[in-house]
Write a protein that binds this ligand. Structure first.
Ligand SMILES: [Zn+2]
Length: 136
């Protein structure tokens, strides 16, 4: 599936686009180094159309306490929190998550992911500074 980066229109095939890779007008000015290669141009708005990617899925393991929020630097991140603190947990809310090595039990909480790249950058700068102090 292909999706317009501007208007969100979806396309099933590249031949449905106005123009496809690599014949996109002004391509060099519209791309960033390290960016994702577009499939073509949107028929409706002319913006770049990209292959849709599967979301990055995270499982956060929690042992009691409260996850107040989940922030990500970019779109396309989904998260589920598994609280493994079973004290006082309702049996009917309990789930079993089976992996290749571990079997985990707990209660699941779905969380919204807020896209906040500036906060993420700031947090990682702070973490890198602390790490640099601890390792020097
Ligand atoms: Zn569009």
């Amino acid at each position: 599936m292909l999706r317009c980066d501007n208007c969100g229109k979806q396309y099933e095939r590249e031949d449905q686009l106005t123009v496809g890779w690599p014949d996109i007008p002004g391509l060099a000015e519209r791309l960033d180094v390290g960016g994702i290669v577009p499939a073509g141009e949107c028929v409706d708005c002319g913006a770049l159309v990209y292959e849709e990617r599967a979301p990055i899925r995270l499982l956060v393991l929690l042992d009691g306490g409260l996850v107040r929020g989940v922030l990500a630097a970019q779109q396309g991140v989904e998260v589920v929190v598994l609280d493994q603190d079973l004290d006082g947990a309702d049996e009917t809310d309990m789930v079993v998550v089976e992996g290749e090595v571990d079997t985990l039990r707990g209660t699941l909480q779905a969380h919204e992911v807020t896209v906040a790249p500036t906060l993420i950058d700031s947090a990682y700068r702070a973490i890198e500074q602390v790490s640099a102090v601890l390792t020097s």
